[in-house]
Design a protein around this ligand. Sequence first.
Ligand code: AMP
Length: 447
Amino acid sequence: MCGIFGITDNKDAARLAYVGLFTLQHRGQESAGIVTDDHGALLPYTGMGLVNEVFDNGVLGELEGRNAVGHIRYSTTGSSHIKNAQPLVLNSCLGNVAVAHNGNITNADAIKAKLQKDGAIFQSSSDSEVILHLAARHKGRSLEDTLARNLPKLSGAYAFLFMTPGKVIGARDPYGYRPLVLGRLGRSYILASETCAIEVAGGSVVREIEPGEMAVIAGGKIKFKRFAPVKRFTRCIFEQVYFARPDSVAVGRSVQTARYEIGARLAGELKDVKADLVSGVPDSGTVYALGYAKESGIPYQNVFMRNHYTGRSFIQPDQKLREFTAHLKLAPIRDVIKGKTIILIDDSLVRGTTSRQIVKNLKRAGAGKIVMAIASPAIVSPCYFGIDTPTKGELIANQLSLERIRRFIGADALHYLSLESLVEACGDRRDRNFCVSCFTGKYMEKP
Ligand code: AMP
Protein backbone atom coordinates (compact mmCIF):
# COMPACT_ATOMS: atom_id res chain seq x y z
CA MET A 1 0.00 0.00 0.00
CA CYS A 2 0.99 3.56 -0.58
CA GLY A 3 -0.65 6.96 -0.61
CA ILE A 4 -0.49 9.54 -3.38
CA PHE A 5 -1.55 13.17 -3.48
CA GLY A 6 -1.24 15.80 -6.19
CA ILE A 7 -2.39 19.41 -6.40
CA THR A 8 -2.25 21.96 -9.20
CA ASP A 9 -2.35 25.74 -9.55
CA ASN A 10 -1.91 26.62 -5.92
CA LYS A 11 0.58 28.98 -4.31
CA ASP A 12 0.73 26.66 -1.29
CA ALA A 13 1.14 23.49 -3.37
CA ALA A 14 3.93 21.92 -1.27
CA ARG A 15 2.23 22.66 2.04
CA LEU A 16 -1.09 21.28 0.83
CA ALA A 17 0.70 18.18 -0.46
CA TYR A 18 2.15 17.84 3.03
CA VAL A 19 -1.36 18.06 4.53
CA GLY A 20 -2.62 15.48 2.05
CA LEU A 21 0.22 13.05 2.76
CA PHE A 22 -0.10 13.58 6.50
CA THR A 23 -3.78 12.61 6.19
CA LEU A 24 -2.83 9.52 4.18
CA GLN A 25 -0.09 8.48 6.62
CA HIS A 26 -2.01 5.32 7.62
CA ARG A 27 -1.30 4.00 4.08
CA GLY A 28 2.47 3.84 4.54
CA GLN A 29 5.10 4.89 7.02
CA GLU A 30 8.32 3.93 5.32
CA SER A 31 9.16 7.00 3.26
CA ALA A 32 7.63 10.26 2.10
CA GLY A 33 8.33 12.59 -0.78
CA ILE A 34 7.06 15.68 -2.59
CA VAL A 35 8.03 17.06 -6.01
CA THR A 36 7.07 20.58 -7.00
CA ASP A 37 7.19 22.25 -10.38
CA ASP A 38 9.06 25.52 -9.98
CA HIS A 39 8.63 27.28 -13.32
CA GLY A 40 9.47 24.09 -15.19
CA ALA A 41 12.18 22.79 -12.86
CA LEU A 42 11.03 19.71 -10.91
CA LEU A 43 12.20 19.96 -7.31
CA PRO A 44 12.10 16.60 -5.50
CA TYR A 45 12.52 16.01 -1.78
CA THR A 46 12.25 12.53 -0.31
CA GLY A 47 13.22 10.91 2.97
CA MET A 48 12.75 7.81 5.08
CA GLY A 49 10.16 7.93 7.85
CA LEU A 50 6.89 9.65 8.63
CA VAL A 51 5.70 12.75 6.79
CA ASN A 52 6.39 15.01 9.78
CA GLU A 53 9.85 13.48 10.22
CA VAL A 54 10.80 14.04 6.58
CA PHE A 55 9.46 17.57 6.10
CA ASP A 56 9.82 20.68 8.18
CA ASN A 57 8.95 24.30 7.52
CA GLY A 58 12.34 25.02 5.99
CA VAL A 59 12.14 22.18 3.47
CA LEU A 60 8.54 23.01 2.53
CA GLY A 61 9.53 26.65 2.05
CA GLU A 62 12.15 25.62 -0.49
CA LEU A 63 9.72 23.49 -2.48
CA GLU A 64 8.42 26.33 -4.60
CA GLY A 65 5.97 25.99 -7.42
CA ARG A 66 2.23 25.86 -8.03
CA ASN A 67 1.97 22.13 -8.82
CA ALA A 68 3.00 19.39 -6.41
CA VAL A 69 2.88 15.60 -6.37
CA GLY A 70 3.56 13.56 -3.23
CA HIS A 71 3.87 9.97 -2.14
CA ILE A 72 4.10 7.91 1.02
CA ARG A 73 5.43 4.43 0.75
CA TYR A 74 4.60 1.10 2.30
CA SER A 75 7.03 -1.26 0.73
CA THR A 76 5.65 -4.17 -1.28
CA THR A 77 7.90 -4.50 -4.34
CA GLY A 78 11.45 -3.23 -3.87
CA SER A 79 13.44 -3.04 -0.69
CA SER A 80 13.16 -0.51 2.10
CA HIS A 81 15.69 2.01 0.89
CA ILE A 82 15.80 5.72 0.15
CA LYS A 83 16.43 5.02 -3.54
CA ASN A 84 12.93 3.51 -3.69
CA ALA A 85 11.31 6.52 -2.02
CA GLN A 86 8.94 8.31 -4.37
CA PRO A 87 8.10 10.40 -6.32
CA LEU A 88 10.84 9.23 -8.66
CA VAL A 89 12.14 11.84 -11.07
CA LEU A 90 13.72 10.78 -14.34
CA ASN A 91 15.33 12.87 -17.00
CA SER A 92 14.92 11.35 -20.45
CA CYS A 93 13.80 12.21 -23.95
CA LEU A 94 10.43 12.89 -22.34
CA GLY A 95 12.07 15.74 -20.39
CA ASN A 96 11.84 15.73 -16.62
CA VAL A 97 9.07 13.44 -15.45
CA ALA A 98 8.09 12.56 -11.89
CA VAL A 99 6.02 9.51 -10.98
CA ALA A 100 4.22 8.47 -7.81
CA HIS A 101 2.64 5.03 -7.73
CA ASN A 102 0.28 3.04 -5.54
CA GLY A 103 -0.14 -0.60 -6.48
CA ASN A 104 1.88 -3.47 -7.82
CA ILE A 105 2.76 -4.09 -11.45
CA THR A 106 2.77 -7.84 -11.87
CA ASN A 107 4.71 -7.95 -15.15
CA ALA A 108 7.31 -5.37 -14.05
CA ASP A 109 10.15 -7.91 -13.84
CA ALA A 110 9.57 -9.20 -17.35
CA ILE A 111 9.36 -5.68 -18.82
CA LYS A 112 12.41 -4.60 -16.85
CA ALA A 113 14.50 -7.55 -18.00
CA LYS A 114 13.65 -6.79 -21.62
CA LEU A 115 14.43 -3.09 -21.26
CA GLN A 116 17.71 -3.80 -19.46
CA LYS A 117 18.73 -6.11 -22.28
CA ASP A 118 18.21 -3.15 -24.59
CA GLY A 119 20.46 -1.01 -22.42
CA ALA A 120 18.09 0.68 -19.96
CA ILE A 121 19.60 1.60 -16.59
CA PHE A 122 17.17 1.58 -13.69
CA GLN A 123 17.80 3.84 -10.71
CA SER A 124 15.51 2.04 -8.26
CA SER A 125 14.45 -1.52 -7.54
CA SER A 126 10.77 -0.59 -7.34
CA ASP A 127 8.30 -1.63 -10.03
CA SER A 128 7.12 1.93 -10.57
CA GLU A 129 10.02 2.99 -12.76
CA VAL A 130 9.17 0.67 -15.65
CA ILE A 131 6.41 2.89 -16.99
CA LEU A 132 8.81 5.81 -17.44
CA HIS A 133 11.33 3.62 -19.29
CA LEU A 134 8.59 2.20 -21.49
CA ALA A 135 7.28 5.67 -22.18
CA ALA A 136 10.74 6.97 -23.12
CA ARG A 137 10.98 4.30 -25.83
CA HIS A 138 7.51 4.61 -27.30
CA LYS A 139 6.82 8.28 -27.45
CA GLY A 140 3.65 9.96 -28.65
CA ARG A 141 2.88 13.60 -29.36
CA SER A 142 2.33 14.50 -25.72
CA LEU A 143 2.93 12.85 -22.36
CA GLU A 144 -0.72 11.79 -22.17
CA ASP A 145 -0.49 10.29 -25.63
CA THR A 146 2.72 8.48 -24.66
CA LEU A 147 1.12 7.15 -21.48
CA ALA A 148 -2.02 6.05 -23.32
CA ARG A 149 0.18 3.90 -25.59
CA ASN A 150 2.20 2.41 -22.76
CA LEU A 151 -0.06 1.99 -19.75
CA PRO A 152 -1.97 -0.86 -21.43
CA LYS A 153 1.31 -2.83 -21.49
CA LEU A 154 1.28 -3.01 -17.69
CA SER A 155 -0.52 -5.76 -15.79
CA GLY A 156 -1.60 -5.58 -12.19
CA ALA A 157 -2.67 -2.66 -10.08
CA TYR A 158 -1.83 0.99 -10.32
CA ALA A 159 -2.94 4.43 -9.42
CA PHE A 160 -0.32 6.78 -10.87
CA LEU A 161 0.43 10.45 -10.62
CA PHE A 162 2.81 11.88 -13.23
CA MET A 163 4.23 15.35 -13.37
CA THR A 164 6.06 17.23 -16.10
CA PRO A 165 6.58 20.97 -16.29
CA GLY A 166 3.13 22.57 -16.39
CA LYS A 167 1.20 19.30 -16.22
CA VAL A 168 -0.09 16.73 -13.72
CA ILE A 169 -1.64 13.45 -14.89
CA GLY A 170 -3.49 10.83 -12.84
CA ALA A 171 -4.18 7.32 -14.18
CA ARG A 172 -5.94 4.26 -12.80
CA ASP A 173 -5.58 0.66 -13.98
CA PRO A 174 -8.41 -0.88 -16.05
CA TYR A 175 -9.71 -2.90 -13.06
CA GLY A 176 -9.58 0.01 -10.63
CA TYR A 177 -7.87 -2.12 -7.97
CA ARG A 178 -6.27 0.88 -6.34
CA PRO A 179 -8.18 4.06 -5.53
CA LEU A 180 -7.75 7.50 -7.11
CA VAL A 181 -10.13 10.37 -6.47
CA LEU A 182 -10.47 13.82 -8.00
CA GLY A 183 -11.15 16.90 -5.90
CA ARG A 184 -11.42 20.65 -6.31
CA LEU A 185 -10.12 23.43 -4.10
CA GLY A 186 -10.95 26.83 -5.57
CA ARG A 187 -9.18 26.82 -8.94
CA SER A 188 -6.92 23.95 -7.95
CA TYR A 189 -7.44 20.32 -8.80
CA ILE A 190 -6.49 17.55 -6.38
CA LEU A 191 -5.84 13.88 -7.12
CA ALA A 192 -5.57 11.65 -4.06
CA SER A 193 -5.76 8.06 -2.87
CA GLU A 194 -8.63 8.80 -0.51
CA THR A 195 -11.36 11.37 -0.14
CA CYS A 196 -10.25 12.17 3.43
CA ALA A 197 -7.06 13.77 2.07
CA ILE A 198 -9.01 16.04 -0.28
CA GLU A 199 -11.34 17.13 2.49
CA VAL A 200 -8.66 17.72 5.12
CA ALA A 201 -6.76 19.84 2.57
CA GLY A 202 -9.92 22.00 2.38
CA GLY A 203 -11.21 20.74 -0.97
CA SER A 204 -14.34 18.98 -2.07
CA VAL A 205 -14.62 15.62 -3.75
CA VAL A 206 -15.63 15.59 -7.43
CA ARG A 207 -15.54 11.89 -8.38
CA GLU A 208 -13.37 8.81 -8.64
CA ILE A 209 -11.07 8.48 -11.63
CA GLU A 210 -12.59 5.59 -13.54
CA PRO A 211 -10.67 2.39 -14.23
CA GLY A 212 -8.69 2.80 -17.47
CA GLU A 213 -9.06 6.58 -17.32
CA MET A 214 -6.53 9.36 -17.20
CA ALA A 215 -7.06 12.91 -15.89
CA VAL A 216 -4.75 15.48 -17.50
CA ILE A 217 -4.46 18.83 -15.74
CA ALA A 218 -2.63 21.66 -17.50
CA GLY A 219 -3.13 25.42 -17.79
CA GLY A 220 -5.81 25.36 -15.09
CA LYS A 221 -7.98 22.97 -17.13
CA ILE A 222 -8.72 19.28 -16.84
CA LYS A 223 -9.23 16.78 -19.66
CA PHE A 224 -10.18 13.14 -19.29
CA LYS A 225 -8.79 10.51 -21.60
CA ARG A 226 -9.63 6.82 -21.70
CA PHE A 227 -6.55 4.69 -22.37
CA ALA A 228 -8.17 1.26 -21.89
CA PRO A 229 -11.71 -0.09 -21.60
CA VAL A 230 -12.87 -0.93 -18.06
CA LYS A 231 -12.09 -4.64 -17.79
CA ARG A 232 -14.36 -5.12 -14.82
CA PHE A 233 -14.41 -2.69 -11.93
CA THR A 234 -12.89 -4.76 -9.14
CA ARG A 235 -11.68 -2.49 -6.42
CA CYS A 236 -9.63 -4.01 -3.61
CA ILE A 237 -11.99 -4.87 -0.75
CA PHE A 238 -9.17 -4.79 1.77
CA GLU A 239 -9.27 -0.99 1.47
CA GLN A 240 -12.71 -1.14 3.10
CA VAL A 241 -11.68 -3.79 5.59
CA TYR A 242 -8.44 -2.30 6.85
CA PHE A 243 -6.56 0.30 4.85
CA ALA A 244 -8.86 3.23 4.17
CA ARG A 245 -9.62 5.81 6.81
CA PRO A 246 -13.20 5.58 8.10
CA ASP A 247 -13.92 9.18 7.05
CA SER A 248 -13.18 8.30 3.41
CA VAL A 249 -15.82 7.36 0.87
CA ALA A 250 -15.03 4.51 -1.49
CA VAL A 251 -17.14 3.43 -4.45
CA GLY A 252 -19.91 5.66 -3.13
CA ARG A 253 -19.93 4.12 0.34
CA SER A 254 -18.55 5.65 3.52
CA VAL A 255 -15.90 3.38 4.98
CA GLN A 256 -17.21 4.05 8.48
CA THR A 257 -20.76 3.08 7.45
CA ALA A 258 -19.53 -0.07 5.70
CA ARG A 259 -17.53 -1.13 8.77
CA TYR A 260 -20.45 -0.41 11.11
CA GLU A 261 -22.66 -2.60 8.94
CA ILE A 262 -20.03 -5.33 8.82
CA GLY A 263 -20.04 -5.29 12.63
CA ALA A 264 -23.83 -5.63 12.64
CA ARG A 265 -23.64 -8.53 10.19
CA LEU A 266 -21.04 -10.24 12.37
CA ALA A 267 -23.53 -9.95 15.23
CA GLY A 268 -26.17 -11.53 12.99
CA GLU A 269 -23.86 -14.42 12.19
CA LEU A 270 -23.09 -14.90 15.90
CA LYS A 271 -26.56 -14.31 17.31
CA ASP A 272 -26.45 -17.31 19.62
CA VAL A 273 -23.23 -16.23 21.31
CA LYS A 274 -23.72 -14.78 24.79
CA ALA A 275 -21.13 -12.38 26.17
CA ASP A 276 -20.71 -9.65 28.77
CA LEU A 277 -19.21 -7.12 26.44
CA VAL A 278 -17.99 -6.52 22.92
CA SER A 279 -14.83 -4.67 22.01
CA GLY A 280 -12.55 -4.03 19.06
CA VAL A 281 -8.80 -4.19 18.60
CA PRO A 282 -7.90 -0.49 18.25
CA ASP A 283 -8.05 1.36 16.00
CA SER A 284 -9.51 -0.56 13.09
CA GLY A 285 -11.60 -2.96 15.19
CA THR A 286 -13.50 -0.26 17.07
CA VAL A 287 -16.10 0.66 14.44
CA TYR A 288 -16.88 -3.00 13.83
CA ALA A 289 -17.44 -3.51 17.55
CA LEU A 290 -19.81 -0.53 17.72
CA GLY A 291 -21.89 -2.00 14.89
CA TYR A 292 -21.87 -5.36 16.64
CA ALA A 293 -22.97 -3.82 19.95
CA LYS A 294 -25.87 -1.94 18.34
CA GLU A 295 -27.15 -5.04 16.56
CA SER A 296 -26.68 -7.49 19.43
CA GLY A 297 -27.52 -5.30 22.40
CA ILE A 298 -24.31 -6.47 24.10
CA PRO A 299 -22.59 -3.43 25.65
CA TYR A 300 -19.51 -1.99 23.98
CA GLN A 301 -16.48 -1.38 26.18
CA ASN A 302 -12.86 -0.42 25.60
CA VAL A 303 -10.81 -3.34 26.85
CA PHE A 304 -7.48 -1.74 25.94
CA MET A 305 -5.75 1.49 26.63
CA ARG A 306 -4.07 2.33 23.37
CA ASN A 307 -0.79 4.18 23.58
CA HIS A 308 -0.50 6.37 20.49
CA TYR A 309 3.12 7.29 21.08
CA THR A 310 4.83 3.96 20.47
CA GLY A 311 6.08 5.01 17.03
CA ARG A 312 7.78 2.69 14.64
CA SER A 313 11.13 2.41 16.30
CA PHE A 314 9.80 -0.47 18.37
CA ILE A 315 8.76 -2.47 15.36
CA GLN A 316 11.65 -4.90 15.38
CA PRO A 317 11.91 -8.23 13.63
CA ASP A 318 12.77 -9.95 16.88
CA GLN A 319 9.85 -11.94 18.35
CA LYS A 320 10.47 -10.95 21.99
CA LEU A 321 10.52 -7.27 21.15
CA ARG A 322 7.42 -7.65 19.03
CA GLU A 323 5.58 -9.15 21.99
CA PHE A 324 6.76 -6.34 24.18
CA THR A 325 5.60 -3.81 21.59
CA ALA A 326 2.13 -5.33 21.52
CA HIS A 327 1.86 -4.81 25.26
CA LEU A 328 3.29 -1.34 25.06
CA LYS A 329 0.78 -0.36 22.42
CA LEU A 330 -2.31 -2.04 23.86
CA ALA A 331 -2.53 -2.36 27.62
CA PRO A 332 -5.55 -4.35 28.90
CA ILE A 333 -7.87 -2.50 31.30
CA ARG A 334 -8.06 -5.04 34.12
CA ASP A 335 -11.15 -3.75 35.87
CA VAL A 336 -13.24 -3.91 32.69
CA ILE A 337 -12.23 -7.41 31.64
CA LYS A 338 -11.93 -9.30 34.91
CA GLY A 339 -13.73 -12.64 34.57
CA LYS A 340 -15.76 -11.38 31.61
CA THR A 341 -16.73 -13.16 28.42
CA ILE A 342 -15.59 -10.79 25.69
CA ILE A 343 -16.38 -10.72 21.99
CA LEU A 344 -13.25 -9.22 20.52
CA ILE A 345 -13.24 -7.97 16.93
CA ASP A 346 -10.26 -7.40 14.67
CA ASP A 347 -10.39 -6.57 10.98
CA SER A 348 -8.34 -9.52 9.76
CA LEU A 349 -6.18 -12.46 10.65
CA VAL A 350 -3.10 -12.86 8.47
CA ARG A 351 -0.38 -14.84 10.23
CA GLY A 352 -2.34 -14.91 13.47
CA THR A 353 0.41 -13.31 15.51
CA THR A 354 -1.54 -10.19 16.54
CA SER A 355 -4.61 -12.10 17.74
CA ARG A 356 -2.46 -14.65 19.58
CA GLN A 357 -0.61 -11.93 21.44
CA ILE A 358 -3.71 -9.93 22.25
CA VAL A 359 -5.66 -12.93 23.54
CA LYS A 360 -2.68 -13.89 25.69
CA ASN A 361 -2.42 -10.39 27.14
CA LEU A 362 -6.15 -10.20 27.91
CA LYS A 363 -6.20 -13.60 29.59
CA ARG A 364 -3.10 -12.82 31.59
CA ALA A 365 -4.81 -9.65 32.77
CA GLY A 366 -7.82 -11.61 34.02
CA ALA A 367 -10.29 -11.89 31.12
CA GLY A 368 -12.65 -14.86 31.27
CA LYS A 369 -13.57 -16.20 27.82
CA ILE A 370 -12.63 -14.62 24.54
CA VAL A 371 -14.66 -15.03 21.38
CA MET A 372 -12.50 -13.77 18.54
CA ALA A 373 -14.62 -12.38 15.70
CA ILE A 374 -12.85 -11.42 12.49
CA ALA A 375 -14.50 -8.75 10.34
CA SER A 376 -13.41 -10.44 7.09
CA PRO A 377 -13.25 -14.00 5.76
CA ALA A 378 -10.16 -16.20 6.12
CA ILE A 379 -7.25 -14.94 3.99
CA VAL A 380 -6.18 -17.99 2.02
CA SER A 381 -4.24 -16.52 -0.88
CA PRO A 382 -1.62 -13.82 -1.33
CA CYS A 383 -2.32 -10.41 -2.85
CA TYR A 384 -0.43 -9.61 -6.04
CA PHE A 385 -1.96 -6.18 -6.34
CA GLY A 386 -0.27 -4.09 -3.72
CA ILE A 387 -1.42 -5.33 -0.31
CA ASP A 388 1.46 -6.63 1.71
CA THR A 389 0.21 -10.12 2.50
CA PRO A 390 2.73 -12.91 2.88
CA THR A 391 3.14 -16.07 0.84
CA LYS A 392 0.61 -18.90 1.01
CA GLY A 393 2.77 -20.80 3.46
CA GLU A 394 2.68 -17.94 5.97
CA LEU A 395 -1.07 -17.36 5.75
CA ILE A 396 -2.44 -19.21 8.75
CA ALA A 397 -5.81 -19.91 7.14
CA ASN A 398 -4.04 -21.58 4.27
CA GLN A 399 -2.22 -23.93 6.60
CA LEU A 400 -4.53 -24.74 9.49
CA SER A 401 -8.16 -25.68 10.05
CA LEU A 402 -10.47 -23.28 11.88
CA GLU A 403 -10.16 -25.30 15.07
CA ARG A 404 -6.37 -25.35 14.91
CA ILE A 405 -6.26 -21.60 14.27
CA ARG A 406 -8.50 -21.11 17.31
CA ARG A 407 -6.11 -23.14 19.39
CA PHE A 408 -3.09 -21.29 18.00
CA ILE A 409 -4.46 -17.88 18.95
CA GLY A 410 -5.69 -19.19 22.30
CA ALA A 411 -9.29 -17.98 21.95
CA ASP A 412 -12.31 -19.87 23.31
CA ALA A 413 -14.13 -19.45 20.00
CA LEU A 414 -13.24 -18.06 16.58
CA HIS A 415 -15.51 -16.81 13.83
CA TYR A 416 -14.75 -15.26 10.44
CA LEU A 417 -17.28 -13.04 8.65
CA SER A 418 -18.80 -14.65 5.56
CA LEU A 419 -17.72 -13.32 2.17
CA GLU A 420 -21.34 -12.67 1.29
CA SER A 421 -21.83 -10.38 4.28
CA LEU A 422 -18.61 -8.56 3.53
CA VAL A 423 -19.34 -7.72 -0.10
CA GLU A 424 -22.93 -6.75 0.68
CA ALA A 425 -21.89 -4.45 3.52
CA CYS A 426 -19.24 -2.82 1.32
CA GLY A 427 -21.87 -1.95 -1.28
CA ASP A 428 -21.03 -4.41 -4.04
CA ARG A 429 -22.92 -3.56 -7.22
CA ARG A 430 -23.32 -5.27 -10.51
CA ASP A 431 -21.03 -2.80 -12.33
CA ARG A 432 -18.73 -2.08 -9.40
CA ASN A 433 -17.46 -5.16 -7.71
CA PHE A 434 -14.61 -5.77 -5.38
CA CYS A 435 -11.46 -7.81 -5.76
CA VAL A 436 -11.76 -10.60 -3.18
CA SER A 437 -8.90 -12.80 -4.45
CA CYS A 438 -7.19 -12.98 -1.05
CA PHE A 439 -10.32 -14.69 0.31
CA THR A 440 -11.02 -16.96 -2.66
CA GLY A 441 -7.68 -17.60 -4.39
CA LYS A 442 -9.40 -16.70 -7.68
CA TYR A 443 -7.81 -13.88 -9.61
CA MET A 444 -9.18 -11.71 -12.42
CA GLU A 445 -6.01 -12.32 -14.40
CA LYS A 446 -3.24 -14.82 -13.84
CA PRO A 447 -0.76 -12.97 -11.62
P1 AMP B 1 -1.47 -11.01 11.77
O1 AMP B 1 -0.96 -10.56 13.09
O2 AMP B 1 -0.37 -11.47 10.86
O3 AMP B 1 -2.57 -12.02 11.86
O4 AMP B 1 -2.07 -9.74 11.03
C1 AMP B 1 -3.34 -9.26 11.32
C2 AMP B 1 -3.25 -7.91 11.95
O5 AMP B 1 -2.46 -7.02 11.16
C3 AMP B 1 -4.60 -7.26 12.10
O6 AMP B 1 -4.63 -6.69 13.40
C4 AMP B 1 -4.67 -6.19 11.03
O7 AMP B 1 -5.23 -5.00 11.57
C5 AMP B 1 -3.25 -5.96 10.60
N1 AMP B 1 -3.04 -6.07 9.14
C6 AMP B 1 -3.73 -6.77 8.25
N2 AMP B 1 -3.21 -6.66 7.02
C7 AMP B 1 -2.15 -5.86 7.13
C8 AMP B 1 -1.17 -5.36 6.21
N3 AMP B 1 -1.21 -5.67 4.91
N4 AMP B 1 -0.20 -4.57 6.72
C9 AMP B 1 -0.16 -4.27 8.02
N5 AMP B 1 -1.04 -4.70 8.93
C10 AMP B 1 -2.02 -5.48 8.50
